[in-house]
Ligand binder design. Structure first.
Ligand SMILES: [Zn+2]
Length: 303
């Protein structure tokens, strides 16, 4: 397939303004005759293609190029459709309106507030993928982010009408507190006014039936969390957030250099391993390129 490269340099200050304006304008694409989809009879998990990140520096992950099959990382966003409601988990690396969809993949360079530049390929908008299965952002009841790094928050403002499920320490870090790693605050600024539920326990049961549980897994950021989804046919799945980025971090026992707290990350990995054993669940490492390639993508779903 022919690929066009559009180089889009986003200077942080300009991006801060344009991201806000553009994401608010995103609601205009909602069809006026939109009907909310019927809730499914059993829990569904949709996987959206939110792009590919190119990594030049494996040292940040305490890995060498020889340790991995590819240095590329997948970016995935997820929708959980439950009989009682909907939950978005993570919202991508590139805001839908920060690139110019032309039907072809585009490469976007994001300049982060710390001056670092990241390169990502995107060929579908998150809102277009939601619309394909009948959802508009206003249909989404709950929003949860694994954590506040820019490659998980890009379209968060689009879901500001949802109820945000977040830990207090994470929210504090997002709005003025101490943080680590790369943030793009303009992409989640609207959440400050969102209806919010502060998660205080290790495990938060989103729909009250044990099928969708947000589990605390701090370390990568202060309030980093993972998501357990119990599916009737597939069984249990844990979405990793950035507890790991590459499978090699797990097999070689490596912790990235840019964690908020490396010891917390180690403890969270032990706790999640125990949880996986207890629930007999699979771990899906969200940035694992090879793993992601094998996943069914929306409009297909896991149930
Ligand atoms: Zn990430």
């Amino acid at each position: 397939m022919k690929r066009t490269t559009i180089r889009l340099f986003l200077v942080a200050a300009v991006a801060a303004l344009s991201f806000c304006g553009q994401t608010r304008g995103g609601g205009q694409t909602t069809p006026s005759a939109h009907h909310k989809p019927q809730p499914p009879h059993s829990v569904r998990l949709y996987v959206f293609d939110c792009g590919v990140l190119h990594n030049a520096d494996m040292g940040r992950f305490n890995l060498k190029k020889e340790d991995v099959t590819t240095t590329d990382m997948s970016v995935a966003c997820f929708l959980i459709a439950h009989p009682k409601g909907t939950l978005m988990w993570d919202t991508g690396a590139i805001p839908d309106n920060a690139w110019n969809p032309n039907g072809l993949a585009v490469t976007v360079h994001v300049t982060l507030p710390d001056g670092e530049v990241r390169e990502a390929d995107v060929d579908k908008s998150l809102q277009a993928q939601l619309a394909e299965i009948g959802y508009s952002p206003s249909d989404i009841e709950y929003l949860a982010l694994s954590h506040y790094h820019y490659d998980h928050t890009a379209n968060s403002n689009v879901f500001a009408s949802a109820t945000w499920l977040v830990r207090q320490v994470e929210r504090d870090a997002m709005f003025g507190g101490e943080h680590s790693g790369s943030l793009q605050p303009s992409t989640f600024s609207a959440l400050q006014e969102s209806k919010t539920i502060i998660l205080r326990k290790d495990e938060y049961d989103v729909f009250g039936d044990g099928s969708v549980i947000i589990k605390s897994a701090p370390g990568h950021t202060q309030g980093h969390q993972v998501l357990y989804v119990k599916l009737a046919k597939t069984g249990g799945v844990v979405l990793s957030g950035d507890l790991y980025h590459y499978p090699a971090e797990r097999t070689l026992d490596r912790v990235p250099t840019f964690e908020f707290n490396q010891e917390q990350t180690r403890a969270s990995r032990v706790a999640v391993d125990a949880f996986l054993k207890k629930t007999n669940a699979q771990l899906w490492i969200q940035h694992d390129f090879d793993g992601n390639v094998k996943l069914k993508k929306s409009p297909q779903f896991y149930e």
